[in-house]
Design a protein around this ligand. Structure first.
Ligand SMILES: [Zn+2]
Ligand SMILES: [Zn+2]
Length: 342
């Protein structure tokens, strides 16, 4: 496909779509039911439906029985870990293989024209972004995700927590299922702002930002403390009446779902003249510019707090203006403390 029909490539080869990036209309003002209904299919397709399908398969066929889960044993913990690791390997691995190893669509629709494997860097273990990310993903990411899941499954099997069943509480559980991506976006925004505080950024979050030009393996390339924080929103399943299927969906949405923002391509070609939108742009811009798009745009938090970047040159201008004001404020603060003149 000709990506220049849908976007432009600048002098440095960076591609951007013609259309400005829009957040969801869920809480956008002025609120419009029509806009929400028009947007709704993109809430489910393709990603949330895929992740819910994976969670349903995991729950129905790849989770030990209630009797087994009632007694803690490393045997079933290992099974849950292997199932989660396999899902990550297949989803991240296939995207990475097609787009970054085989490079099936070259750099068509790729925001950054470069491929990370062509540029080694000493910030990564073995100088290689993908190796570093794979080690962090399976070394601490999937184990911490699995630890949360083990806690919920064990608690459910032992009747600890306000667990519900679909036959008695269908409407409530459907509402919870629909709200999980919203809870995730709100929580991600809050912890993300927190780990951008300079001292925490340096200690924790800089690991994730080593991938300035992310690829699918960058998704869970995080410091273990970020992994712990990242999945902690799933603790709501111990507070609100929920179901283990929804807890699994929530954990997988965070885990496998992280890939969406790290695909690095705006569209994935399916045939010679067809491609589907990845929804990767908001988080790609976060990796590119650091101080924009802390959420993925489901809730308008970045718009409310002035950190939204819509990918256009006007978005660039607004961001630069905001950085200039922050710099000016800092300079004014320093000059009012003569003892701190450095
Ligand atoms: Zn990221
Ligand atoms: Zn960040």
């Amino acid at each position: 496909m000709d990506d220049l029909q849908l976007g432009i490539r600048d002098k440095r080869g960076h591609w951007r779509p013609n259309d400005a990036l829009k957040g969801s209309p869920l809480l956008a003002f002025p609120w419009s039911l029509k806009r929400v209904l028009t947007w709704l299919p993109s809430y489910f397709l393709p990603w949330n439906a895929l992740f819910f399908g994976l969670a349903a398969v995991s729950w129905l066929w790849l989770t030990p029985t209630k009797e087994t889960l009632a007694t803690f044993s490393w045997d079933w913990v290992a099974l849950v870990f292997l199932r989660n690791a396999a899902i990550v390997l297949v989803v991240f691995g296939l995207l990475e293989l097609r787009l970054y190893v085989l490079r099936r669509q070259a750099n068509r629709f790729k925001y950054n024209p470069a491929f990370p494997a062509d540029h080694r860097s000493s910030v990564f273990m073995f100088g290689h972004q993908a190796f570093d990310s794979i080690i962090r993903t399976f070394g601490t990411g999937v184990p911490i995700w699995t630890a949360y899941e083990v806690l919920y499954l064990w608690a459910w099997a032992n009747g600890i927590g306000p667990w519900a069943v679909f036959s008695d509480n269908p409407i409530w559980l459907v509402i919870i299922a629909l709200m999980i991506p919203v809870i995730h976006d709100l929580h991600f925004y809050l912890i993300h702002r927190l780990i951008h505080v300079p001292v925490l950024y340096k200690w924790i979050h800089s690991v994730h930002h080593n991938s300035v030009n992310p690829s699918p393996w960058s998704s869970l390339s995080m410091h273990p403390v970020e992994h712990l924080l990242y999945w902690s929103d799933s603790l709501v399943h111990l507070i609100l009446p929920s179901h283990p299927l929804l807890a699994i969906f929530h954990l997988q949405l965070n885990g496998v779902g992280a890939v969406v923002g790290h695909i690095g391509f705006d569209r994935i070609e399916t045939t010679q003249d067809k491609a589907f939108q990845t929804h990767a742009q908001a988080h790609y811009l976060h990796h590119k510019y650091f101080e924009v798009n802390y959420s993925d745009g489901l809730l308008p938090l970045d718009q409310w707090f002035g950190t939204w970047h819509d990918g256009t040159s006007e978005g660039d201008r607004l961001m630069k203006e905001r950085f200039r004001q922050i710099k000016a404020r800092r300079a004014a603060k320093h000059s009012s403390f003569p003892g701190h003149s450095e």
